[in-house]
Design a protein around this ligand. Structure first.
Ligand code: PMP
Length: 417
């Protein structure tokens, strides 16, 4: 009899049978409050009736209209519709299946379009697990160790992670930009640098929003040096941060947006968006994949966009995110082991530290386990697993936020007793 590989690490013991909105129901009928949303994917909630109906209709019509062989309507309609929510000028789209693949598609495009090789990423970055994306990932050595040599041509600059450095956000931004300039002067000359690839909120690396001035500093350097600014919105896009795109908190215009996760409410679909003039500098036929732009996934994405608009989910993410943030701060005020609370919209985290300011993964792990025991599903993140994050579906209500906060308060108390 076959078993699942021991390589699998599962964050909770749940054997999910059904999903309903913000809840998962296991095989014994126990309801779990799901503040993981499948790692920020099921933004419209589990099995939203409109997404289900759209997918069911499409399954019965055309499942696989392979897009390098034939075209299909759901892909064309989705492209039109995404044009309405993407930043002005990013008017050409290409579809693949996962965040990692889309990140690699963006790298391929950047290298073709600039005829330069190097990609600069920022410490703590997570851009995926495929070999190219893993080369861009610096959120933890577990994603890199023992699998090299990884794709060459990647340089790493600091991310302004103020709490980690023990600085103000302004100091951290000044440091990070100065080090980026230093890197361009010592390691990767601008003539060799194709792109800066950045997350507007560092995700797996610890839920650190880019402080004011950082993305602006990247934009300014990108313009000065002819480098492309690639925004990895895989986790931050589709309303997650309380704006449609995470970078909108800055007002900076990216050259390329990478999107996945929340795009299709759980169906595998990802995309890159860029100005058509930039896409034209790629090589025709250089991008693709058997399953890219799957018709059912596209139909689900169209329904997802409809639900986000009809139910005002971006505004709800902002409002519920503020409520969650305030509540997490109150819990932190009673528990000195919670050294920092941060996040944007419904991407919120508590970072645990020892009394002498070192990362405290032990307490984070215990708090996480105590929350799960009490029915609240959460995830950890950060290089050491010292951060506990909350990413509920964007449909979450005030009562559900309060219920989660009450469990969280008990869990942190239990973990620090
Ligand atoms: N980029 C970011 C910012 C992510 O958070 C993730 C997944 N956590 C990825 C890329 C990779 O996406 P996938 O797992 O779909 O390949």
């Amino acid at each position: 009899m076959a078993t699942l590989s021991p390589l699998l690490q599962q964050a909770t013991p749940v054997l999910a049978d059904r999903g309903e909105g913000v809840h998962l129901i296991d095989e014994d009928g126990r309801r779990w409050l799901d503040f993981t949303a499948g790692i920020g994917v099921t933004s419209t909630g589990h099995c939203h009736p409109k997404v289900v109906a759209a997918a069911q209709r499409q399954v019965a019509t055309l499942i696989h209209g392979q897009y390098t062989t034939v075209m299909h309507r759901p892909l064309l309609r989705l492209t039109e519709r995404l044009g309405e929510v993407l930043p002005e000028g990013l008017d050409a789209l290409f579809y693949v299946n996962s965040g990692s693949e889309a990140v690699e598609a963006a790298v391929r495009l950047a290298r073709h379009a600039t005829a330069r090789q190097n990609i600069v990423v920022f410490q703590g970055s997570f851009h995926g697990r495929t070999m190219g994306a893993a080369a861009l990932t610096t959120a933890g050595t577990k994603f890199r160790t023992g699998i090299g040599p990884l794709m060459p041509g990647v340089a790493v600059a600091p991310f302004p992670y103020a709490y980690h450095y023990g600085w103000s956000e302004d100091e951290a931004v000044r440091f990070a930009l100065r080090e980026l300039d230093h890197l361009l002067a010592t390691v990767s000359h601008p003539d060799d640098t194709a792109a800066f690839v950045v997350e507007p909120v560092l995700g797996e690396g610890g839920y650190v929003p880019a402080p004011p001035g950082f993305l602006e500093g990247l934009r300014e350097r990108a313009d000065r040096h002819g480098v492309l600014l690639v925004m990895d919105e895989v986790q931050t896009g589709f309303g997650r941060t309380g704006r449609f795109w995470g970078h909108e908190h800055s007002g900076v215009r990216p050259d390329v947006v990478v999107t996945a996760k929340g795009l299709a409410s759980g169906f595998p679909l990802s995309a890159i968006a860029a100005p058509a003039a930039l896409m034209e500098r790629g090589r025709p036929g250089s991008q693709g994949g058997t399953y890219g732009g799957n018709a059912v996934a596209c139909a689900a994405a169209l329904a997802t966009l409809e639900v986000i608009e009809e139910e005002g989910l971006v505004a709800n993410a902002a409002e519920m995110g503020a409520r969650l943030h305030d509540g997490l701060r109150k819990v932190a005020a009673d528990h000195p082991r919670v050294g920092d609370v941060r996040g944007l919209g419904l991407m919120q985290a508590s970072e645990f530290s020892t009394p002498d300011g070192e990362p405290d993964p032990g307490t984070a792990r215990r708090a996480h386990a105590a929350a799960v025991e009490r029915g609240l599903l959460l995830l950890t993140c950060g290089a050491y697993g010292q951060v506990v994050r909350m990413i509920p579906p964007l449909i979450v209500t005030g009562e559900q936020i309060d219920e989660a906060l009450s469990i969280w308060s008990e869990a942190v108390t239990a973990a620090t007793r």
